[in-house]
Write a protein that binds this ligand. Structure first.
Ligand SMILES: [Zn+2]
Length: 256
């Protein structure tokens, strides 16, 4: 599979009708019995969180999944929609699902929100209303066993992921990469976004305390969870391939 060669300087691929996608997300969530909570109003949109209780309480685990924080990364909300429609969750999984953290961004096909704030750099000293409301919602939730943040990278040569695993728990990274490899090329660069990488896995060795502009994942790893993955689908490949990549990564992480 070849890169499309469309992304010269930023994302120039397909866009989505986020209003239609979110309508379908709500319909799928309602059909499958998710609880929906609106936590923020942003422009014409109501940002919402979905919650699903575990079907069995033995060996249950709390999983947090979010996407759509960058409005020029359409694969995330589409993957969220399909995961909800497929409804193929492990019976013990309690899931907290944020299917689109920046809907306004998608109407602009921009990474940032309407005020030009990159929400995924706003989690240390939050300025944006969306981030503040999201953090307030997070503070009301229990801790998670695992968090998954779904993204795209317009420059990458294939799929890759970041692992946060400060307690050295059994890693899910290799099996996620193996699952994604079936549906999407993996970025095998030894350096991705300025960090050492191996077989599509970046294990950043940074202390959140040293960085002023926290992404969502830094907030999660310091406040809510002790293991997490940021999945990066390659935006210069067909949209369907990127969606399949994110879904394969999520399903692999959940199949424990
Ligand atoms: Zn992103």
């Amino acid at each position: 599979m070849q890169k499309l060669g469309k992304n010269l300087g930023s994302y120039f691929g397909e866009t989505i009708d986020i209003r239609a996608v979110l309508r379908d997300v709500e319909a799928a969530a309602q059909q499958h019995g998710w609880h929906l909570e609106i936590f923020c109003e942003a422009g014409e949109f109501k940002n919402f969180a979905l919650h699903r209780s575990p079907l069995v309480t033995r060996h249950s685990s709390r999983i947090y999944i979010s996407t759509g924080i960058h409005g020029d990364e359409p694969a995330g909300p589409l993957a969220a929609l399909r995961l909800l429609q497929e409804n193929n969750w492990p019976p013990g999984a309690e899931i907290f699902f944020l299917p689109c953290l920046n809907p306004v961004g998608f109407t602009l096909n921009k990474r940032e929100n309407a005020e030009g704030i990159d929400l995924n750099r706003d989690y240390r000293n939050p300025q944006a209303a969306e981030t503040r409301a999201h953090i307030a919602w997070l503070e009301r939730q229990p801790n998670f066993d695992l968090h998954l943040c779904l993204h795209e990278d317009w420059e990458s040569h294939g799929f890759y992921l970041y692992e946060q695993n400060p307690d050295s728990k059994p890693s899910l990274a290799e099996k996620m990469i193996a699952a994604v490899k079936e549906v999407c090329p993996i970025d095998l660069s030894e350096n991705i976004e300025g960090r050492a990488a191996k077989n599509g896995i970046v294990r950043p060795n940074i202390s959140p305390q040293e960085r002023p502009d926290w992404p969502e994942a830094f907030y999660l790893i310091t406040q809510k969870s002790r293991q997490g993955y940021t999945l990066e689908a390659p935006s210069d490949f067909p949209l369907a391939t990127r969606v399949n990549a994110l879904i394969a990564g999520v399903n692999s992480a959940l199949a424990r």
